[in-house]
Design a protein around this ligand. Sequence first.
Ligand SMILES: Nc1ncnc2c1ncn2[C@@H]1O[C@H](COP(=O)(O)OP(=O)(O)OP(=O)(O)O)[C@@H](O)[C@H]1O
Ligand SMILES: [Mg+2]
Length: 230
Amino acid sequence: MIELNGVSVRFGDLTALYPVSLSLAERRVAVVGSNGSGKSTFARLLNGLVVPSTGEVRVDGLSTARDARAVRRKVGFVFQNPDNQIVYPLVEEDIAFGLKNLKLPKAEIAARVDAVLTRYGMEALRTRPAHLLSGGQKQMLAISAVLVMEPDYVVFDEPTTLLDLRNKRRVARAIAGLPQTAVVVSHDLEFLADFERVLVFDAGRLVCDGPPATAIPFYRDLMAAEADGV
Ligand SMILES: Nc1ncnc2c1ncn2[C@@H]1O[C@H](COP(=O)(O)OP(=O)(O)OP(=O)(O)O)[C@@H](O)[C@H]1O
Ligand SMILES: [Mg+2]
């Protein structure tokens, strides 16, 4: 379980997130809100990429501030822009990178890389230069490189933004099939419709927290009101 207790985030004078306390125990949690509303900040708190200015984030009891390494291992993070995540020249090397860091036996690394390449339809790309992949292929690579680590939780920051319809569906299916708890920041309301819980952020505040049937209409009304200048 991921727990936030009185967590706020300030960047200098700017409050990116006002105090929030909640526990995330559902398998599929979505995060929505307008640009700059604090979604990425919230997502980054969950694995310690951002540490709270006040309060505490705990993952299975571990503090993201004090137990940062253990938390990063538990909580995988897929970035909004996959270019930020690709570290090795070849696709298969990039996927193996984290496992090599863990100093796992070569045979186990090879088996886990093979399994992920097969599961996400990327065998044909394994020896291709990662930086030459298309946007959607890079996104799938970034997701694969996180999932191969078998984290207990996975946080996705807008995983479908760059994707065409086919890759969007592929990513949606990949996320739907995950055994882990997934927290997904997305503007794609159709994709979120079968999630268990939706958090709506507005100007750094959590303004709605509920099932899609209530949170999605709330978010649509909020966006419509802002567009009308109300
Ligand atoms: N490292 C940082 N330093 C300073 N300000 C930051 C930092 N990260 C985020 N911010 C600011 O905090 C606010 C919230 O940003 P955040 O990235 O969380 O928004 P978001 O909801 O993810 O937006 P988007 O939909 O555009 O991705 C913004 O005003 C942003 O400029
Ligand atoms: Mg963002």
